[in-house]
Design a protein around this ligand. Sequence first.
Ligand SMILES: Nc1ncnc2c1ncn2[C@@H]1O[C@H](COP(=O)(O)OP(=O)(O)OP(=O)(O)O)[C@@H](O)[C@H]1O
Ligand SMILES: [Mg+2]
Length: 335
Amino acid sequence: MSAEATLAVDDLTVTLDRGDRDIELIRHVGFEVRPGEIVTLVGESGSGKSVTSRAIMGLIQMNHNISVTGSIVYEGQQLVGQPQTSAKLRGTELAMVFQEPLSSLDPVFPIEDQMREGLRRAFGKSSKEAERARMKELLDEVGIRDTDRVLRAFPHQLSGGMCQRVMIASALSSSPKLLIADEPTTALDVTIQAQILDLIDRLRQENDMSVLLVTHDMGVAADLADRIVVMYAGRVVEDASPDDVFTSPHHPYTEGLLACIPSLHERKEILPAIPGSVPDPSGLPGGCAFHPRCAFASDRCRGEDPPLFRIDRGAAACWHPRNTAVEPALEGARA
Ligand SMILES: Nc1ncnc2c1ncn2[C@@H]1O[C@H](COP(=O)(O)OP(=O)(O)OP(=O)(O)O)[C@@H](O)[C@H]1O
Ligand SMILES: [Mg+2]
């Protein structure tokens, strides 16, 4: 772990106790986000991106049937097992845009009240006029023009895309040091999507804001990310710079994700899209969880889950890494 990381996640595991057995939703996840950096978490549906994000925000409450173990260090402060520290940071230094915007807006209050509460939480009370002016400015930044109507509206009176923009404006209202954005632009059309991603990019440059951006979209990751962390079946399978991911992906799963980008697929330099889907955490195959979908699986892959090897400038969890002359060696393993 480097001293300067804004966020350092290590060995993060979320376990569900189903009575008869434990089910690991995410397994030994580790990565870092440095100041002003955008790190993207990519992977298919069910790979564990949202569980990881919620765990970092302290939103997975440990109780008798769910446990969070490992380490989440934000600016030198350990957050695992520290719900009060997490609660203090949420909405001030840490902000999250949720994948389901409607479920995170309160249906019984107009948008203005909800945004005002966020502003006051971060900056204390100010005059209503000043707060309103700031809210309008924030809404304008996410491409909302009829700001008066939106501020007066209740969430159910707004479209899904509009709610998503309101959530983004609210998350940015506290000028967070770390923004976690879980598929922030899925309900938006492409022009607004580009505008929001530009805004996030600008804010990280102007304010040194660090960003953990969850996306299905390797194209978005390529455009914005400083690092790409690829998740599969609840664990990190590759961690590298976008340049390295695109020119020499080491994990066959990463290669498969790249094949889903039409412009790359047409070049026919890489594998076609991967068959099948992410296994459910309650029924992971033995060995490497990707082996049933992998064209290169060997007996070793079927029998032993590979650790995350350091390979070249990145890391990959594969016994037979692609596009490298380096043989994976356990000494180089990170987890
Ligand atoms: N509270 C829970 N109880 C049981 N299983 C859960 C719970 N939350 C998530 N899961 C399971 O954990 C796995 C990872 O879920 P997660 O929501 O993190 O996936 P994701 O990568 O965000 O997918 P998507 O791209 O569809 O949003 C899934 O198999 C999901 O069904
Ligand atoms: Mg999700």
